[in-house]
Design a protein around this ligand. Structure first.
Ligand SMILES: *Cc1c(COP(=O)(O)O)cnc(C)c1O
Length: 361
């Protein structure tokens, strides 16, 4: 079976070594004679898998002691609802940096519980950049600030956040760039990410939150209450066992690579290679103009026409490079080059991009 080069935005490519490891343990994990999919989530083998996954994630991200790590279900989308449900108790106002479709969806959920203040927005330019903002732009009475670190659809990333007073609670949607580089967890009140982009497979959502944010709102439905989930160490009910196991294998792989600084250097190198090629090309154009705003996970670009875009996607597919079609809101192409994408495969993409240009002569 020949594998393709997969540029899917999510679910997305996994390191081959991780898939091989999962394959080798599929029928019997840790000498148990059972697959992870078949055993009790309260068995010692699974409890070890869960505990090791948490330990490794804590090591990778340098998560401080006063933060909980929760392994939940419902995707990043359920967090759009759970966050305001669990955090809003006073003014019920939330400050937003509006950078695309995912902040828009999150704002819609906040409005069920309270109100939204848009601090900065790049909607006027179809989210092709990160809007500028500074510490003084935030409202005094917002209960937290929500931002998206990497905009999967529009291919932008927010790398610098102004220094804020300590009592400000920063909430970050890191669904598409968590584990792509080291981060300062302690600057955040809550970080969340669906696993299926850069952390593993669908079915798992990781929430990292500061302990003092637990139990702010009483009497929530238990499955939607961070405190219940934390008090039960993510085992209030059956967790997504296999997805947790797969994320654990990804964490183990990341540690073996040398950790997130090493991975970051690789990710920056991959993205630079591709953007440099696009910038030098008279044929293609990266849709995000400013280098500082360009995502190193999702590289969006266009050819001279939508017809040509479609022809390129077909051409690439015939050569085994798949899922390069851009999101319908942006058009063109999108190459998602998460941790699992090798630099060799990015080089192949560039070769194929170039071959396509030669064909147009
Ligand atoms: C994919 C994505 C989501 C939605 O994730 P689901 O797990 O499908 O709910 C939210 N935010 C960002 C930044 C994403 O890339």
């Amino acid at each position: 079976m020949e594998r393709v080069i997969n540029f899917s935005a999510g679910p997305s490519v996994l390191p081959l070594a991780v898939l091989h490891k999962a394959q080798s343990e599929l029928l019997s994990v840790a000498g148990s004679g059972q697959s992870v999919m078949e055993m009790s989530h309260r068995s010692p083998v699974f409890e070890h898998i869960l505990a090791q996954a948490e330990t490794d994630l804590r090591t990778l991200l340098g998560i401080p002691e006063n933060y909980k790590v929760l392994f939940l279900q419902g995707g990043a989308s359920l967090q759009f609802t759970m966050i305001p449900m669990n955090l809003l108790k006073g003014t019920k106002k939330v400050d937003f940096i509006h950078t695309g479709e995912w902040s828009k969806k999150a704002m819609a959920e906040v409005k069920r519980f309270g109100s939204v203040n848009v601090v900065a927005s790049s909607e006027a330019t179809q989210f092709d950049r990160i809007p500028s903002f500074s510490a003084k732009d935030f409202s005094d009475d917002a209960e937290y600030i929500h931002y998206v670190s990497n905009n999967t659809i529009f291919g932008t990333r927010l790398t610098e956040f102004p220094k804020l007073p300590n009592d400000k609670i920063l909430v970050c949607d890191m669904s598409s760039d968590i584990l792509s580089k080291p981060i300062d967890v302690s600057r955040h009140g809550l970080i969340f990410a669906g696993a299926q982009k850069n952390m593993g497979i669908a079915g798992l959502t990781v929430v990292i939150l500061r302990e003092d944010l637990l139990g702010r709102v009483p009497n929530l439905p238990p499955m939607l209450d961070y405190k219940v989930q934390a008090d039960n160490a993510s085992l209030y009910n059956t967790p997504p066992c296999f997805s947790i196991y797969m994320a654990g294998l990804v964490f183990e792989w990341l540690l073996a690579q040398g950790g997130l600084s090493v991975i970051e250097a690789k990710n920056e190198a991959k993205a630079k290679l591709l953007y440099d090629y696009l910038d030098a090309s008279p044929f293609y154009r990266a849709t995000v103009p400013l280098t500082k705003d360009r995502s190193i996970m999702n590289v969006c670009f266009v050819s001279p026409s939508p017809e040509m875009d479609a022809a390129f996607v077909k051409f690439a597919e015939a050569k085994g490079l798949v899922n390069l079609k851009g999101h319908r809101l942006v058009g063109g192409m999108r190459a998602s080059i998460y941790n699992g994408m090798t630099i060799e495969n990015v080089q192949t993409l560039i070769r194929v991009l170039d071959e396509f240009v030669q064909r147009q002569r």
